[in-house]
Design a protein around this ligand. Structure first.
Ligand SMILES: Nc1nc2c(ncn2[C@@H]2O[C@H](COP(=O)(O)OP(=O)(O)OP(=O)(O)O)[C@@H](O)[C@H]2O)c(=O)[nH]1
Ligand SMILES: [Mg+2]
Length: 423
C-alpha cells in the first residue's frame, strides 16, 4: 500500500497525471481494505478539482491528495490526556489488550505518572501471569488476585492502591455477547472509568468500524487503539472505518515490543509514507536510551563519541524502524541486515581498542595496531579500516555542522541518534 501511495504522489508532483495517480491510490486503498465509497469520493475530488489561477496544477493536486488521505484516516490527531485517570481496556479475544495495557502504562509513566496495571481478566488462565510479567519488565505497578474469579473484586481492591493511573485489563471473548456486556458493565460501575478504550487489531480492516460502533452502543467507548499495524496490510481500512464510525483512534501498536506504540496522528502517518523524517518520534525514542547530546557535542569528536552514537542508534530498536523514522521508508531486508551487522562489528572492534586509541584515532594509521584490533575483535583488517573510514566521515560532518553553527539542528540530530553513516 505504502509504495503505491508514494508512487501516486510522485506521479502527481512530476507529471500532474491525475488519472494515473488516481489509479495508484485506488489500488493502494482498496488493498488496505478502505471502504470503496470513500475511495470513489477521493477520486472524484481529484478529478473535479478546480486548480486556482497561478498555482501549479501538480502542487495543488499533491496538496489535495495529502489532505484527503489525512481526512480518510481520521483527520486531526486527538492527543491523549496525560493526567491521573482510570482506564478500562476492552476488546475481543486476542486483540492485544494485555500487551496494550503495558504499552500504554509505559507511555504514561514515561510522562511522569505513576501507573498501576490491574489484572481483571479472571477468565483466561495465564492472564494474571502475563500482565504481571509485562508490568515487571516495564517497571510498572501491578495488582491482581491470583485465583479470584470475580473481576469486580479485583478492581475494588486495586482502587485502594495508590497510583495516578489505573489501567484495567479485561477478558476477551470471541464475540460481544450478553455475558461479556454484562461483565464489562459490572466492572465499569465499580471503576467509573475516565476512558474506556477499545483494542482492535489492524487485520480486521474496515470491519473495525462495525465493531467500534457496536461496542460504543452496547457499553460505551471513548476511543480505539489499533494494534498489529506492523503485521497487517489492512491498517488503513481499520483506521478509516473508525473515523467513519466517529470513534477517535488514540494510539497504534506497531510491534510486540513495549516501545512499539505511538499516538496516532494521520498527518504524521502520511508524512512518514512520503519519507519525511519523524524527528519527534526519534527524539522520544532516543530519550529512553538516555544518551545526552552534550555527551557527543562537547570537545573533540573521537572514536568514543562515534561509538556512543552507534550505541544510541542500536538501543532505539530495530534498525528498519529507526530508518523509517528518518524518512528512509520500505527498508530493504539486506540493508537492515547490513546495517545491524555492521554496527555489531563496529561494536566489537571498538571493544578491542585501547582507551588511548579511542581518544587519539590518528595512531590507528599503524598497520600493526589495525592487525591487533582485527584479531582481538574477530574481524578482518579491512573491517577495521572500514570503521575508521566511517568514523572519519562522521568526524568531518560534525566539524562542518559545528562550524556552520547549527548547534540546535545538530543537537536534535544527535538526540535522535541520527547517524551520519546511515545516510
Ligand atoms: N506484531 C504485533 N503483535 C502484537 C501487537 N499487539 C499485541 N501483539 C501480540 O498479539 C498477541 C495477543 O496479545 P494479547 O495482549 O495477549 O491480547 P489480548 O487481547 O490480551 O488476548 P486475550 O486476553 O486472550 O483476549 C500477543 O502475541 C502479542 O504479542 C502489535 O502491535 N504488533
Ligand atoms: Mg489478555
Amino acid at each position: 500500500m505504502l509504495d503505491r501511495i508514494r508512487n501516486a504522489f510522485q506521479i502527481l508532483s512530476r507529471d500532474a497525471d491525475v488519472e494515473r495517480a488516481i489509479k495508484e491510490v485506488q489500488r493502494a486503498l482498496i488493498a488496505a481494505d478502505v471502504d470503496v465509497t470513500l475511495v470513489a469520493q477521493l477520486a472524484k475530488k481529484l478529478r473535479e478539482a478546480k486548480v486556482p489561477k497561478g498555482v501549479p496544477k501538480s502542487r495543488y493536486l499533491t496538496k489535495l491528495l495529502y489532505d484527503e488521505l489525512v481526512e480518510i484516516l481520521g483527520g486531526k490527531a486527538r492527543p491523549f490526556p496525560v493526567i491521573p485517570q482510570r482506564i478500562m481496556l476492552l476488546g475481543l479475544y486476542g486483540s492485544g489488550k494485555t500487551t496494550t495495557a503495558a504499552k500504554l502504562g509505559h507511555w504514561l509513566q514515561k510522562r511522569g505518572l505513576k501507573v498501576l496495571l490491574v489484572a481483571a481478566d479472571t477468565h483466561r488462565p495465564g492472564a494474571y501471569d502475563q500482565l504481571k510479567q509485562l508490568a515487571e519488565k516495564a517497571n510498572l505497578g501491578f495488582f491482581g488476585i491470583k485465583g479470584e474469579k470475580d473481576p469486580v473484586k479485583v478492581v475494588e481492591k486495586a482502587l485502594k492502591q495508590v497510583a495516578d493511573v489505573y489501567i484495567v485489563d479485561t477478558a476477551g471473548r470471541t464475540t460481544l455477547d450478553d455475558e461479556l456486556i454484562e461483565e464489562v458493565k459490572r466492572i465499569r460501575d465499580v471503576l467509573i472509568p475516565d476512558k474506556t478504550l477499545l483494542v482492535i487489531p489492524a487485520d480486521m480492516g474496515q470491519a473495525a468500524g462495525r465493531e467500534a460502533k457496536r461496542f460504543k452502543e452496547e457499553v460505551g467507548v471513548d476511543g480505539v487503539i489499533v494494534t498489529k499495524m506492523d503485521g497487517s496490510g489492512k491498517g488503513g481500512g481499520a483506521l478509516s472505518a473508525c473515523a467513519v464510525a466517529g470513534v477517535p483512534v488514540y494510539f497504534i501498536g506497531t510491534g510486540e515490543h513495549i516501545r512499539d506504540f505511538e499516538q496516532f496522528d494521520a498527518n504524521k502517518f502520511i508524512s512518514r509514507i512520503l519519507g519525511v523524517p519523524d524527528i519527534e518520534k526519534l527524539v522520544e525514542l532516543a530519550q529512553e536510551t538516555e544518551i545526552k547530546p552534550e555527551d557527543i557535542l562537547e570537545g573533540e569528536f573521537d572514536i568514543e563519541k562515534f561509538h556512543k552514537q552507534i550505541e544510541a542508534t542500536m538501543n532505539m530498536g530495530p534498525i528498519d524502524k529507526v530508518l523509517q523514522m528518518l524518512g528512509i521508508s520500505s527498508v530493504p531486508k539486506e540493508m537492515k541486515k547490513m546495517t545491524e551487522e555492521k554496527f555489531k562489528k563496529y561494536d566489537a572492534i571498538y571493544k578491542s581498542m585501547t582507551k588511548y586509541e579511542r581518544r587519539h584515532p590518528e595512531v590507528l594509521q599503524d598497520p600493526s595496531r589495525i592487525r591487533r584490533i582485527a584479531m582481538g575483535s574477530g574481524t578482518t583488517e579491512e573491517d577495521v579500516r572500514e570503521m575508521l573510514r566511517d568514523f572519519k566521515k562522521a568526524q568531518k560532518l560534525m566539524k562542518k555542522l559545528k562550524r556552520a553553527g547549527t548547534r540546535r539542528r545538530m543537537e536534535k540530530m544527535l538526540a535522535s541518534g541520527q547517524f551520519p553513516i546511515m545516510k
